[in-house]
Design a protein around this ligand. Structure first.
Ligand code: NDP
Length: 326
């Protein structure tokens, strides 16, 4: 038997519970992993609470991230004892995920635990940290160097936002952080933000073109915020858009794109090819100021995952949540 969070949807309704499962209930897969840690991302919170249509197969163990040790493997790249990380690939949405002591997965989805990281550190980053790195890499690939000007991060207190601020600051960028929680300004400054923006100034409908304030942005929020961010990017600047915490809509005009040459780069972490994942994790290992990880992260037990999911959606969680499944 092993412990897990299980989501069911049937005649009794949509519900998540902490429960014990038999190993024989594990789905098919060529690698079995003993999970050390999983995480709570925004998507996991939507899945657990049922507040967003994240889960596509029931019953399911949620958890889009996990890190642990291979228990047995039929996959040529992995053997028992290997330490591995998984992010995305529909795990926790369509396939059983990481919020359990055991997982049975496709070896093709796994990457070796990046050099130098513990399984706890890998989950302190999780999909949020890896996505933040993909966003920073996108800005770099588009030629945004620190001398181009300040970079805005929206959803600053969230997992993606917190890691993005830290990575940008460490790389020498001047960082502006947009938040709805001004009481967390000291935390954001300690990560490297030099300017705090009240998110209310970005979240309402605005003009198609506004004052050019930032060379680039990492947006985790979508909706009017993304539209206002695009309208406020300096000529030739770049926005890496990865999230929808405000909404999935994008009520914008083409003005920033056709009059200022602004580039909007979409960031997907879920189906990202393996080579990009390995590159992003390598860069996280190299670039991240690890001393900030403990400040960004707090750890909970598996039994607390359901209540924490509710708090996360209520905007009461700061940074990253690691789930110790054991
Ligand atoms: P978190 O819940 O940790 O953070 C989201 C942050 O957004 C909150 O902390 C809050 O920051 C801000 N926020 C919340 N509600 C609103 C609102 N109504 N209007 C404006 N801002 C709001 O989530 P993550 O950091 O894990 O993820 C952020 C987003 O990125 C999510 O939408 C998630 O689904 C998406 N995502 C996408 C990925 C991809 O592959 N494209 C991968 C990972 C995440 P504050 O309090 O500072 O304002």
């Amino acid at each position: 038997m092993f412990n897990a969070i299980l989501i069911q949807k049937d005649a009794e309704g949509y519900r998540a519970q902490h429960t014990a499962l038999e190993e024989s209930q594990l789905p098919e897969g060529d690698v079995r992993v003993q999970v050390d840690y999983s995480t709570l991302n925004y998507k996991d919170a939507l899945a657990i609470t049922g507040k967003g249509p994240v889960v596509r197969e029931f019953p399911i163990v949620p958890g889009i991230d996990l890190a642990g040790t291979v228990e047995s493997s039929q996959h040529p790249e992995f053997k028992a004892g290997d330490r591995v990380v998984l992010n995305g690939w529909g795990v926790g949405e369509k396939y059983w995920g990481g919020l359990a002591q055991k997982a049975q997965l496709k070896g093709d989805w796994l990457i070796p635990l990046p050099e130098g990281f513990s399984t706890h550190e890998a989950m302190a980053l999780g999909t949020a940290g890896y996505t933040a790195m993909l966003c920073v890499l996108a800005l770099e690939q588009q030629g945004i160097t620190p001398d181009k000007g300040p970079v805005l991060v929206t959803g600053a207190n969230g997992g993606v936002g917190s890691v993005a601020i830290s990575l940008l600051h460490t790389a020498g960028y001047q960082v502006a952080a947009s938040t709805g929680r001004p009481q967390e300004a000291d935390y954001l400054r300690s990560l490297g933000a030099s300017e705090i923006i009240d998110r209310a100034t970005l979240s309402e409908p605005g003009k198609p073109l506004q004052k050019e304030r930032w060379a680039a942005a990492i947006d985790t929020v979508g909706s009017h915020t993304l539209a206002n961010v695009c309208a406020s990017i300096a000529y030739g600047g770049v926005v890496a858009a990865c999230g929808l915490a405000q909404g999935m809509d994008f009520p914008a005009t083409v003005a920033p794109f056709i009059l200022r040459g602004v580039r909007l780069i979409g960031i997907d972490s879920v189906m990202r090819p393996k080579a990009d994942r390995i590159e992003a994790w390598k860069r996280l290992a190299q670039d991240l100021d690890r001393s900030q990880l403990s400040q960004i992260t707090h750890t909970i037990g598996l039994t607390e995952a359901i209540s924490s999911a509710q708090q996360l959606l209520a905007g009461q969680v700061r940074g990253r949540v690691v789930v110790d499944v054991n």
